[in-house]
Design a protein around this ligand. Structure first.
Ligand code: SF4
Length: 302
């Protein structure tokens, strides 16, 4: 809640005095038309991480700003928030990221981007987003190297510094705990003080059997006492299954231009390919299925 309020105050300052009214009007329209208020968008299937052992698609799909515009124009209501994120990919790998940002910003009240920060080149620090989320997989060079097979830890730190220097957006740094970085939380907090990061979080890596490298079983921090997963009869399970869906207020548009219930469901779950009103109407029916955690990916969703 504190993060949301801080983000809201920062956006208000940057977007102008009428912003809260526009945002509340957007929430009201989404509620009345029964459309989720958030859209997570995957700009590209490409990645800038270059991890050893990660198999990316040979020709990564790239979402064009034209495709995004078609989806937004066919929706019964503009989303209140649009969040650029990857699914085993990174938004900064998209050659269209600047155009996508312009298109998205016009259609929502809050625009955020989640990235590892690698591959950030000028003038991307000044992308007109309201919030940057840097998601780093380790807080030391040693654990980064062990997990990723390369050492780009300092490159990520430089990217965070560059954005904090040039952007007026809120900047948050998130440490994702994997097996090799399971002891990194304390160092991360030391880094937070040293770098004067204002907004930080520590989260656990999520298991995803489709993961190209990171999200596989061998990288999950099973030995950490707070890890949400455990192994039962050699099968990975959640220690506690939460009620409902953590992304109930969101839909996911992937880099191929397909609308899905969330970033974790695949082709075995419902999806829509055509940017038209009918697709959004069908997507409304996913809300109940999400809340009941009906999809196969839900069994690993902490
Ligand atoms: S995997 Fe299931 S519970 Fe998790 S975000 Fe997706 S729909 Fe919701």
């Amino acid at each position: 809640m504190k993060r949301a309020i801080t983000a809201g105050l920062n956006i208000w300052k940057n977007r102008g005095v009428l912003w809260p009214f526009a945002m509340l009007a957007g929430v009201a329209v989404c509620t009345v038309r029964k459309i989720p208020r958030g859209l997570i968008v995957e700009p590209s299937q490409g990645c800038t991480g270059g991890c050893t052992g990660c198999e990316l698609p040979k020709k990564p799909a790239v979402l064009s700003s034209k495709q995004l515009r078609k989806w937004l124009e066919s929706s019964p209501a503009n989303p209140v928030t649009i969040h650029f994120s990857g699914k085993h990919s990174d938004p900064l790998a998209s050659p269209e990221i600047e155009e996508l940002t312009k298109t998205a910003r016009k259609s929502c009240s809050m625009l955020s981007i989640s990235t590892i920060g690698l591959g950030l080149v000028s003038p991307l620090e000044e992308l007109p987003v309201d919030r940057w989320i840097f998601s780093i997989p380790a807080a030391t060079e040693v654990s980064w190297l062990k997990l990723r097979g390369n050492n780009r830890f300092n490159e990520a730190l430089r990217a965070i510094r560059a954005v904090r220097k040039k952007s007026r957006a809120m900047v948050e740094v998130v440490l994702t705990i994997w097996k090799t970085s399971s002891g990194d939380a304390e160092v991360f907090h030391q880094l937070e003080e040293k770098e004067n990061w204002q907004h930080t979080r520590v989260v656990f890596g999520r298991f995803d059997p489709e993961g190209n490298h990171f999200e596989r079983l061998e990288n999950i921090a099973l030995d950490h006492r707070d890890c949400p997963y455990t192994l039962e009869n050699e099968t990975l399970t959640l220690r506690h299954t939460p009620a409902g869906c953590p992304l109930k207020g969101y839909l996911f548009l992937d880099a191929t231009g397909t609308l899905r219930p969330c970033p974790f469901t695949g082709d075995e779950s419902p999806c829509e390919d055509e940017p038209e009103r009918r697709s959004w109407d069908k997507a409304k029916l996913w809300a109940e299925l999400k809340e009941k955690r009906s999809f196969s990916a839900c069994r690993w969703c902490p």
